[in-house]
Design a protein around this ligand. Structure first.
Ligand SMILES: Nc1nc2c(ncn2[C@@H]2O[C@H](COP(=O)(O)OP(=O)(O)OP(=O)(O)O)[C@@H](O)[C@H]2O)c(=O)[nH]1
Ligand SMILES: [Mg+2]
Length: 221
């Protein structure tokens, strides 16, 4: 009998340990919130690849100066905002040349979140202004044709550090931009959808962090 009693004690002991483990409060890792697919485009040198490399947590100095082909990224690292973890499901980088406009308009219709990048350092260049306005008009038409119920357009104004707004304090720059006539002309093209405007220096990690936090809050808005 003795060996049987001893074995029972071992089993009981083991059971007690398991029960204790179940009742112990373990910290629950936060769930990752899926941000779905980001459609990103803008004319050459607007900062698309830099923005995407920041999202991918890649070294921005490793990117080629000009994107020549389309590339889709799916394995995107999550990032924290307001104590939660967020993850973009898919992002595509492509050249900013005019021949890619139709590719862009196609993903505007299908992808959940739409980001148009403009280069603030060129905001007074007449040819560039005409391109941006025409792109925004075409983007609005594509958004109108999409089945999305909640139509939003995020306009990212890069190169703020190389623009006439470079001396403006970061916390003030968005207000100053909203009052600039040139910027207002761009944003007029977005009338009819909920639009967001962000100013950023994509070469600055802190500026990118502020941008991505604002984007997360606005996409979840
Ligand atoms: N100073 C400054 N430079 C930036 C900023 N964003 C991007 N750049 C620089 O601008 C140049 C173009 O950036 P890219 O990210 O390659 O631009 P792109 O839109 O991908 O250009 P294409 O691939 O040619 O369509 C690079 O030299 C970047 O380092 C910014 O906010 N400020
Ligand atoms: Mg590029």
């Amino acid at each position: 009998m003795l060996p049987f009693i001893a074995l029972g004690a071992v089993i009981l002991g083991a059971t007690a340990v398991v029960v204790k483990k179940v009742w112990k409060k373990e910290p629950v890792p936060p769930a990752i919130i899926n941000l779905d697919r980001f459609a990103i485009w803008g004319r050459p040198n607007s900062g698309k690849t830099t923005f995407i490399f920041r999202i991918l947590k890649k070294d921005i100095s490793d990117r080629k100066e000009q994107t020549t082909s389309k590339r889709t990224y799916k394995d995107i690292p999550p990032f924290p905002v307001d104590g939660m973890q967020y993850q973009i499901r898919e992002v595509t980088d492509m050249p900013g040349t005019k021949d890619r406009l139709s590719d862009w308009l196609a993903i505007v219709k299908t992808h959940e979140h739409v980001f148009y990048l403009l280069n603030l350092s060129r905001k007074d260049d007449d040819e560039y202004k005409a391109w941006v306005r025409a792109d925004l008009r075409a983007t609005m038409k594509a958004l109108g044709e999409s089945k999305k119920l909640d139509k939003k357009l995020h306009v990212i104004a890069s190169h703020v550090d190389k623009s006439s707004f470079s001396g403006v304090a970061p916390e003030e720059v968005n207000n100053v931009l909203q009052e600039d006539l040139g910027i207002l002309r761009f944003m007029e093209e977005t009338a009819g959808v909920k639009s967001y405007l962000y100013a950023v220096d994509l070469t600055n990690p802190g500026s990118f962090s502020t941008l991505i936090e604002s984007i997360v809050r606005d996409t979840c808005d």
